[in-house]
Design a protein around this ligand. Sequence first.
Ligand SMILES: Cc1ncc(C[n+]2csc(CCOP(=O)(O)OP(=O)(O)O)c2C)c(N)n1
Ligand SMILES: [Mg+2]
Length: 696
Amino acid sequence: MSTAVADVQTLSATQLDELCINTVRTLSIDAVQQAKSGHPGTPMALAPLVYTIWNRVLRFDPQNPIWPNRDRFVLSNGHASMLLWSALHLTGTQAVNSSYETLGQPSVSLDDIRRFRQLDSKAPGHPEYHWVSGVETTTGPLGQGVATSVGMAIAEKWLAHHFNRPGFEIFDYNIYAVCGDGCLMEGVSSEAASLAGHLGLDNLCWIYDNNHITIEGSTRLAFTEDVETRFLAYGWNVLRVGNANDIERIEHALDTFKQTKGRPTFIVLDSHIGYGSPHRQDTSAAHGEPLGEDEVRLTKRSYGWPEDAKFLVPEGVYEHFTEGIGARGAEARHKWTQLFEAYRAQYPDLALEVELMQRRELPAGWDRNLPVFPADPKGIAGRDASGKTLNVLAQNIPWFLGGSADLGPSNKTTLTYSGAGDFQADDRGGKNLHFGIREFAMAAIVNGMSLSKLRPFGATFFIFSDYARPGIRLSAIMELPTLFVFTHDAMGDGEDGPTHQPIEHLASLRAIPGLITLRPGDANEVVEAYRYIVQLHNQPALLALSRQPLPTLDRTRYAPASGVAKGAYVLADCPGGNPEVIIIASGSEVSLAVEAHEKLLSEGIRSRVVSMPSWEIFEHQSRAYRDSVLPPNVKARVAVEQASTFGWERYVGASGQVVGMNTFGASAPLKELQRKFGFEPDHVIAAAKEQLANSR
Ligand SMILES: Cc1ncc(C[n+]2csc(CCOP(=O)(O)OP(=O)(O)O)c2C)c(N)n1
Ligand SMILES: [Mg+2]
């Protein structure tokens, strides 16, 4: 019997389940067919899983998809996005705007699904946080979704420890992440799974779509390891459901997850990609192309679905979701809201914290006791100034926390104040995270923590930003206020040699849209950089900090470091302020520029030094301001930065000069490297004079 056309009243509970599942399948098939692009096979296979999680298990209120204690659902195999669009649509999940208000309109309408993968549709190719309400994280780059889910699980544990009180389980949610072969082949999922096992994150459940198929064909081509044993070795509880259509078994496995304490759960789900398609099932052809009109009909016939119906949501389907997740979610949220009101009465300060966090606001006094560094020619390293600042911020902002990928003592990111603690299985309140030597997972985990409204930071050497880069990129796409603290920003660790000396990193990270890069020039610029970063709501930021001491500039003589908030500012100028040559510098080269400048001034040359810690912030300023810092008529310009020269033409112009790097570095003491590569006052002075001569 065709369940789609039957009178809904006559359907058994099982038939109703099947009707909903086949609705997800056929919506996915139709959307891909209409778009002439997309991935139908996995939604066809995983519709029962997604149905079970959403309609039977997830504590999620479609009326308020940002309720803080909701369970999180992550679709790490983001190419199967039609699963998510179907779930959000059929549950009637509401859209929320950037002011956290529900808009009284669906997050994903049937029309959006009809316009799958088209411009402005709320059903884009892959799940996009920020663009579609109810999407918990952007996915598509395989492996990152599951890695991000580990950050969400860490966050939940921290939040529960920090906020829960006897009788007040304010945070007790779970995280469900679905992934495929691709996610598990990617190294980042191994990094993250290893850490999740170590940390005993029993609020985390990954469901692995074990379909033996990837794009090139069978997993026999390249993926024959024993995945289950691998996860057992990581310390996970491993379960198996041998039939992806058996929703009772799926529910049972999810139930077992909820009972499991002390370790995360990994459910292997054996499935058939393209389930129900007579000619495509179990083939890689089902992965990433439309079935074709004929096959669509045959497939619908196999489901007992009307063959000509398109985008059909049969009577009874919306209602069934309303009775399932709708009722369960509303009740859970209602109970929580009541609990939270009682909590507010008893713990007003904590309740206020919860609310501030949700809107990404800062607590009063967040900037008290920020250090001010006195002028000092010997100075202090960027990383040391950073460590002092981080320790103040972490005390002022309870939910500001983070750690390093095993370089804490070098990055100076360890929070050392009394009570800071280490986040571990036996201390969920610790504010020092130990990511281990797993930079990519660290970045994804930082994203997951930020998605959970914490203010996390992750740290490593700047050179290894390459290892974290895909996570940083997703941070920027998702517009998350994450923070990456990268030290050893140039050739400061000279003897380590070219493998440890960043060259192209600044240029390449400056190219990521929305990411704020900051390379402060002295200790007070470090503090001001933090002051700026902490106030960001929707942009990730990256600090490139020196390993070696930098002179702390005398701010009674030079402009105040608060200029950092403008990205670039006139640090030192000629009397009268009408320069004939401008030296632009960042980081460790700022004091070098000042030294050159003083010499030029003493020779009667009207020079100006612009400290430019951040291109991106500078670009946000008005043209009038930018022109006041870099007057267009002054063509004689020199940029000094111990990094790739790539891109500096933007500020020095076609005729300007860049004292930078065009090769890799070398292994030698810093002083020798500075001489070899021209980072000395005489070289900068010569460049400035050459510029002047050419411009006259
Ligand atoms: C990091 C990354 N590499 C490559 C791709 C391109 N890609 C998308 S899906 C896919 C195959 C994934 O296979 P699997 O996870 O088994 O998904 P299934 O076909 O079973 O749904 C590939 C290679 C990607 N999205 N992300
Ligand atoms: Mg697969």
